[in-house]
Design a protein around this ligand. Sequence first.
Ligand SMILES: Cc1cc2nc3c(=O)[nH]c(=O)nc-3n(C[C@H](O)[C@H](O)[C@H](O)COP(=O)(O)OP(=O)(O)OC[C@H]3O[C@@H](n4cnc5c(N)ncnc54)[C@H](O)[C@@H]3O)c2cc1C
Length: 471
Amino acid sequence: MPLLTCGAIEALLLRGADALKKVYLPKMVEGSWTGTMNLTEPQAGSDLALVKAKAIPEGENYRIHGQKIFITYGEHDLAENIIHLVLARTPDAPEGVRGISLFIVPKFLVNADGSLGKRNDVHCASIEHKLGIHASPTAVLIFGEKEGALGYLIGEENRGLEYMFIMMNAARFAVGLEGVAISDRAYQQALAYAKERVQGRDLAGGGKAVPIIRQPDVRRMLMSMKAQAEAMRALAYVVAAAMDIAHRDPDATLRAKHQAFADMMIPVVKGWSTESCIEVASTGIQVHGGVGYVEETGAAQHMRDARITTIYEGTTAIQSNDLVGRKMAREGGATAKELIKAMRVVEGELAQVQGEDMADIRAGLAAGIKAVEESVTWIVSTYARDPKAVHAGSVPFLKLMGIVCGGWQMARAALVAQKRLAAKEGDAAFYQAKIGTARFYADHVLAQAPGLRNTVVRGAAGVMALTEEQF
Ligand SMILES: Cc1cc2nc3c(=O)[nH]c(=O)nc-3n(C[C@H](O)[C@H](O)[C@H](O)COP(=O)(O)OP(=O)(O)OC[C@H]3O[C@@H](n4cnc5c(N)ncnc54)[C@H](O)[C@@H]3O)c2cc1C
């Protein structure tokens, strides 16, 4: 709920008229009114060109009519008022995405003195029964059953989708962070259980049953959860820093460079962290054995909650199509080539340090960078002639980007840890664990990169092999 309220606040701040800002912003910022995003309709999910909700001009304002579905916190009584941001079309708007406008539609109309007035003509028809996120009410909303819901235009007509995209970048990044958070929570819970649950003997000998954390496969599962959560978090923070620089740095060239990097990486943070968090939450259940599958432990809840993250704010395919099309092919892979250069610098630094762990981390990263480079070259050279082939491998490519960029961060962390250990600075056990986790990541996660490269470059033929009748 706070995420969507922040999105609504941002849209108002950036594009709202002063009078609207004055009425709505203070209450939304202090948290007594909450915000929603109303995009989805039964026939318009990933494809917002199909939005049908109508906005009929009435004086300076509009009357909104239509149905929206799946609206997060669309109805509740936790706040005094709900401020809906709604996509709708004016009567003479052009077809498709260029004819969509953005409106503010409050649940309760606001009087001139700021007090709440009568109920607006927007009503909740039902609340969805969902697989997970049971604490988040997801509503079907009907606008304009009677006279029409009073709506106030944000910015200019027909530019609504563009304004929504300003918020969507932040919202997509935030859902990526949801993936990081669920992964870490699932890991913490599995770790606590693995230290407590006694089962099986130690392979090294001794007759007594031991906590399962001493079983090598449980170690493998815990390390895969820990390593992936750390890699996802580090990558998300690097992208967050780029967003800050793009926003505030006085140097315009640097701002543009970081904006291009953030634009390319936001679909990766969103898509990769969320796809991975489902796997991590599932592994968390496996660590628990049978009690993970029953509800009492809470391990299953992480998996049920994780499952939505690859769907809302754009499914993984929508992220990966954006990545290969708008963010890569359109600019000839220029930003991706800069990224490859930056990763090669770290590979070079790894070559300067001694030790088997660091050599292994370097080998994994080098193979990963090569896989990304070959995939980018193929995408850029194929997109114009055969976009379907590129889209057929876009989700595997997004995963490849996530894995390798995560490996880049794990390698950077290992380099810092190595320096601190050599200088005998700080907590040695913490730094040794960083190097050990980066090595695990190289051998178990980065190792997937060459296979994903083959899927991206060669996989389209198999994806498109059957006619629709042959399925
Ligand atoms: C719990 C929950 C909360 C939500 N909250 C909100 C909210 O607050 N506001 C809001 O407006 N919406 C919300 N949504 C809607 C959500 O954003 C959509 O469900 C999502 O965008 C996918 O649209 P869809 O469900 O129509 O699936 P579809 O678009 O029908 O997609 C079905 C499948 O087809 C694939 N697909 C579709 N188009 C393409 C393409 N071009 N290329 C490749 N694959 C494609 C998808 O990846 C998916 O696998 C929520 C949904 C849920 C379940």
